[in-house]
Design a protein around this ligand. Structure first.
Ligand SMILES: NC(=O)CC[C@H](N)C(=O)O
Length: 192
């Protein structure tokens, strides 16, 4: 059973732990570098990317996270987690840093304010899924190594991408009871 961490600094950690277990993984909350060392893959949950970034610095996790990603650890970022995996961001707060890894530009809060949160049916890597967006980012542009896995209205915005062992979605599959996105990620970890 693959051992997969959920970065547990802030955000909907418990929901991801539950979905990973449903998808056939052993799930572990990661708050310290030693816990990060012990996992084969990592989920970065939704929440608030500015807070996750600041807490990652305070907990001395930002550099270890960058090193693991550079070494090829599979990671899946949802919403704020997508922002954390982006090499470049737009509409971040001053000085906001990411872990990086995916060659893309992600625009924070792109779909609008909290009241503009919405749900949409879309196709994710060939599967029909119901996607929940909460103050979600979208992907403005991707590099040539990045595969687009899903787009959403308005305007067919890019909302799911994969670059090698890294996966990111603007939406929150952990809130739907549909485990297929987590299964997709668990399979990515198994393949490595
Ligand atoms: N649901 C979410 O993760 C929202 C992301 C949040 N708007 C951010 O910038 O981090």
């Amino acid at each position: 059973m693959p051992k997969i961490g959920v970065l547990a600094l802030q955000g909907d950690v418990r929901e991801h732990v539950h979905m990973l277990e449903e998808a056939g993984a052993q799930a572990i909350a990661v708050r310290r570098p030693a816990e990060l060392d012990a996992v084969e893959g990592l989920v970065i949950p939704g929440g608030e990317s500015t807070t996750i970034w600041k807490l990652a610095e305070i907990f001395d996790l930002l550099e270890p996270l960058r090193m693991r990603i550079k070494d090829g650890m599979p990671a899946y970022g949802s919403c704020a987690g997508m922002i954390m995996l982006a090499d470049r961001i737009q509409d971040g707060i001053e000085g906001q840093q990411t872990i990086g890894g995916i060659d893309m530009v992600v625009r924070r809060n792109a779909f609008g304010r909290q009241v503009d949160s919405f749900e949409s049916d879309l196709s994710f890597a060939g599967a029909d899924v119901h996607a929940v967006f909460i103050r979600a980012p979208w992907v403005e542009s991707v590099g040539s190594e990045v595969e687009v896995l899903a787009t959403a209205p308005p305007g067919d915005r890019i909302v799911a991408v994969r670059q090698g062992p890294l996966l990111a979605t603007s939406f929150h599959p952990e809130l739907t009871g549909d485990t297929r996105v987590h299964e997709y990620f668990v399979n990515m970890v198994r393949e490595l």
